[in-house]
Design a protein around this ligand. Structure first.
Ligand SMILES: Nc1nc2c(ncn2[C@@H]2O[C@H](COP(=O)(O)OP(=O)(O)OP(=O)(O)O)[C@@H](O)[C@H]2O)c(=O)[nH]1
Ligand SMILES: [Mg+2]
Ligand SMILES: [Zn+2]
Length: 378
């Protein structure tokens, strides 16, 4: 979790996560409204009378941009902590539907009983509606070195206690930046540094692994009749290798990596596993976020042994080992019902779309941004 903006090489510096350019402070960024009107950097409040100036500035809706015009985090110039989440995975793996599922459930208040709320940042709503409509998703546009990926920003608010605890709650605001990478970002190791400078600065690394990436599953589950899956186990592993080597090459000590990144394998399209004995069928039900449910961290921890065995049996040991090279710990999550085999149809009836919140929730938990998540049993 980063104090403000992308973490630069020196304290207090900000990096544009899209192009990698580093800035010394908010005064060095370009502040521009969504309609293109340029303005001053956020005014500092020293005296009472400065408050009105600041209110006017906020009302204008200036957004920070790097010198190349890439949108940067921190809409209100207040320097909320930044959580960066990146989804990696092959074409058609289910990244977009996972992100859409997360957004729908976050913004409709699924996590409010646990003290978390949020939605796509105001200026991102139009873009999000275009790229992630309720209709079948288009394949996400590939990023290139000339046109690197700009993340989608969310506003997230986290309370330090559960609403049921009665006592006064303090809330903190977090800027969430999500990179939906598209498979292209991982094509070559040389290209990846240019097209995806954000990789080493990612707090929550999500490898999206669909059935077609798991070689020992029955063929009709990897690829049900009538579907065309573009993923393959070797290609998935290759993509993961590129991301992992980029992380290991980056200028972090192993200790920094351990402290920083939450590494997740998100198994997608798990509704296909409904008849497989070794798949824990409990995970095909929505996660319980109700006030009397066990702490979410304990729920997730309790699922790991079975999921680990399932992934091994299904031929995914290499993927587990590779992901574990980042910092020794991988958390596996089962997501189903965010889409359907035939995208024109409704998702499978046996499905747990609210598990698309898992990467965000685990990321908040691991960074310590969500104190109430770990400690509290309601
Ligand atoms: N059965 C099933 N299919 C799903 C699920 N989630 C997604 N799909 C299907 O998987 C296909 C690809 O989903 P996307 O989310 O567009 O995949 P992507 O990783 O964003 O792909 P690119 O943008 O091309 O990189 C679509 O046809 C979805 O309907 C699921 O939970 N279950
Ligand atoms: Mg996509
Ligand atoms: Zn930039």
């Amino acid at each position: 979790m980063q104090k403000r903006g992308g973490r630069g090489p020196m304290n207090g510096e900000m990096m544009c996560l899209t192009c990698g350019d580093v800035y010394r402070g908010v005064d060095d960024l370009d502040w521009v409204t969504p309609s293109g009107e340029k303005g001053p950097p956020p005014p500092v409040v020293r005296r009472h009378s400065d408050r009105a100036v600041r209110r006017d500035w906020v009302a204008k809706g200036y957004l920070p941009h790097c010198g190349r015009g890439h949108l940067m985090p921190g809409a209100d110039g207040l320097g909320n902590p930044l959580l960066v989440m990146s989804l990696f995975g092959e074409k058609g793996a289910g990244k977009g539907t996972l992100l859409r599922g997360m957004e729908r459930r976050l913004s409709s208040g699924h996590l409010i009983p646990r003290g978390i709320s949020g939605s796509v940042r105001k200026d991102q709503e139009g873009r999000f509606d275009r790229e992630y409509p309720d209709a079948p998703l288009e394949s996400t546009q590939r990023a290139t070195e000339d046109k690197p990926r700009v993340p989608i920003y969310f506003d997230v608010t986290v309370a330090d206690r559960l609403p049921t605890q009665g006592a006064q709650t303090n809330t903190r605001r977090i800027d969430l930046a999500v990179f939906d990478t598209g498979w292209e970002d991982q094509q070559t190791e040389a290209g990846v540094a240019l097209a995806a400078p954000f990789i080493p600065y990612t707090d929550v690394i999500v490898f999206v692994v669909p059935p077609a990436s798991l070689a020992l599953l029955p063929p009709e589950i990897m690829q049900p009749p009538g579907t065309v899956e573009l993923q393959s186990p070797t290609q998935t592993e290759r993509g993961m290798n590129v991301v992992v080597s980029r992380l290991l090459d980056a200028d972090h000590t192993p200790d920094e990596r351990r402290r920083r990144a939450t590494v997740i394998i998100a198994l997608t399209k798990c509704d296909r596993y409904v008849g497989i004995d070794s798949f824990p069928s409990d995970l095909l039900r929505d996660r319980d976020y109700g006030p009397s449910a066990p702490p979410v961290g304990s729920q997730m921890a309790a699922e790991q042994a079975q999921l680990n065995a399932f992934v091994r049996d299904a031929g995914g040991l290499q993927l587990l080992n590779r992901a574990a090279q980042i910092n020794g710990t991988v958390s596996i999550h089962a997501i189903s019902g965010t889409g359907a085999d035939d995208p024109r149809r409704a998702p499978a009836p046996v499905a747990a779309p609210n598990r698309s919140l898992d990467p965000l929730v685990l990321g908040l938990l691991r960074t310590g941004a969500w104190p109430s998540g770990a400690a509290v049993t309601a």
